[in-house]
Write a protein that binds this ligand. Structure first.
Ligand SMILES: Cc1cc2nc3c(=O)[nH]c(=O)nc-3n(C[C@H](O)[C@H](O)[C@H](O)COP(=O)(O)OP(=O)(O)OC[C@H]3O[C@@H](n4cnc5c(N)ncnc54)[C@H](O)[C@@H]3O)c2cc1C
Length: 412
């Protein structure tokens, strides 16, 4: 019998799995895919936590400030390059605009605008969906007083693709920068830029190289960080856009961290249902068995605790049919909070459907909204499946997932 089975291997499920394994629990993550992790920009958004804790039923109201801080510290423990700044910190997006972020790798944090430096944007040859003129113009607007220029960089391994007219994705380039060949090209280019500026005798200005598709954080399967050597100029990462190299490496990294601590991960497996019985003296049921579909076979698994981390509408945890009443939670058919009005006509408005999810008690056990009763005793719901929040307008996607995932692991 597992101490806990986590259903879903997105951000919330992985954080729960890593923390449970670190606590010495026998834990298994069963997941169909990686959920929205491959879209992760590299930056954790927490939002205005204190204000959101005042919003009725928001998931942050389930946790005190200490629990929220514990989750954040845990991210820094497993990703040591991630930094938090009390005064707000910013990173470049791939458009050259500036984005705030609550927890981000130190190699993304923008310098102080007052410093009056120089940015050199390295433009990887043939990089798909990257528009250097726009990026340079945006960077110059964001940092008035800084010099901004662009320089091409080419890697032989990908040059043949560009000669054939094939675009190279940011995922391809991220892999190249992590390879020996890519690192050599990068080091030579940066050294050349440094030398040019020294010869020109220009530089009381600080020179910062900016490179899209660079992912410095997260070691790989061989447990080594890809970048050993420091470069002769500081190099800034840009936050990712889909397809996100940060999301891709981060997803792999999280899986390694689960197994590093002795946890197990079953990928490509779909939990079809949980079976359980009413517990004596209670109206709640206790889950005794999970039915899992994997490689065409059905398995039965048993766990003392079940952590439901199947995501929301986008993660696959909530199923929607053609009719409004056909919306359902996909594993346990848990009662869902569904707002009266689903959507607003204004595209950028807070959309009511974002609030769809499962209501819980303070231990994240699912409730029947009509009666307020706990419906499953040993099931805890985390991440995007929780009701009453909106990662887009409240900018707290990573924060809610990390906080609830960490807190659930403490309950095992
Ligand atoms: C495009 C996009 C970009 C985002 N970027 C950021 C960002 O940069 N920073 C930030 O802080 N937040 C970001 N967010 C928000 C944040 O990623 C989400 O809040 C968070 O990922 C939700 O995590 P989750 O683990 O709850 O769900 P998900 O990531 O959706 O994971 C759900 C998991 O459950 C699995 N699953 C579903 N059903 C089953 C089943 N029956 N059996 C087995 N497995 C199942 C899925 O395969 C998946 O692995 C972004 C969200 C989106 C959609």
């Amino acid at each position: 019998m597992w101490d806990a089975i986590v259903v879903g291997g997105g951000l919330a499920g992985c954080i729960a799995g890593i923390r449970a394994a670190q606590r010495g629990k026998k834990v298994l993550i069963v997941t169909e895919g990686v959920g929205t992790l491959y879209n992760f920009s590299g930056i954790f958004d927490y939002g205005d936590v204190e204000r959101l804790r005042e919003v009725p039923k928001h998931p942050y109201t389930l946790f005190d400030s200490q629990a929220i801080a514990q989750g954040q510290n845990f991210v820094q423990e497993i990703c040591p390059e991630y930094v938090v700044n009390e005064k707000r910190q910013f990173a470049f997006t791939v458009l050259g605009t500036v984005r705030q972020g609550d927890l981000m790798p130190s190699s993304m944090v923008l310098p102080d605008r007052q410093e009056q430096g120089e940015f050199v944007l390295l433009v990887p040859e043939g990089l798909k969906d990257f528009f250097p003129e726009t990026v340079v113009a945006n960077m110059a607007r964001e940092f008035p007083g800084w010099l901004v220029s662009a320089e091409k960089i080419q890697v032989e391994a990908l040059a043949a693709w560009t000669r054939l007219g094939k675009n190279v994705s940011s995922i391809d380039y991220a892999a190249i920068w992590r390879s020996k060949e890519g690192q050599k090209v990068l080091a030579n280019k940066i050294e050349e830029l440094n030398r040019q500026r020294q010869v020109a005798g220009k530089s009381p200005r600080k020179v910062v190289v900016v490179l899209p598709s660079l992912v410095k954080e997260y070691y790989d399967a061989s447990r080594t960080k890809p970048y050993g050597n420091e470069w002769s100029l500081p190099v800034l990462e840009m936050s990712s856009f889909v397809p996100s190299p940060h999301g891709r490496y981060f997803a792999e990294y999280l899986k390694h961290r689960v197994t590093d601590w002795g946890g197990e991960v079953m990928i490509g497996a779909r939990v079809l249902a949980l079976n359980g019985e009413l517990t004596s003296g209670s109206k709640a049921r206790e889950c005794q068995e999970l039915i899992v579909q994997s490689m065409g076979k059905s398995l039965s698994l048993r766990g003392r605790k079940i952590i439901l981390a199947t995501g929301g509408l986008l993660g696959g945890g909530i199923k929607v049919g053609m009719e409004r009443k056909s919306i359902r939670e996909g594993v346990l058919d848990l009662p869902l909070f569904v707002p009266q009005e689903w959507s607003k006509p204004q595209f950028f408005a807070a959309q009511p459907f974002a609030q769809i999810g499962v209501e819980t008690d303070q231990f994240m056990r699912p409730l029947d909204p009509a009666s307020g009763q706990v419906v499953w005793d040993n099931v805890h719901v985390i991440g995007r499946m929780l009701a009453h929040w909106d990662p887009w307008t409240q900018k707290c996607g990573g924060g809610v997932s990390v906080t609830s995932g960490y807190a659930a692991a403490e309950l095992i």
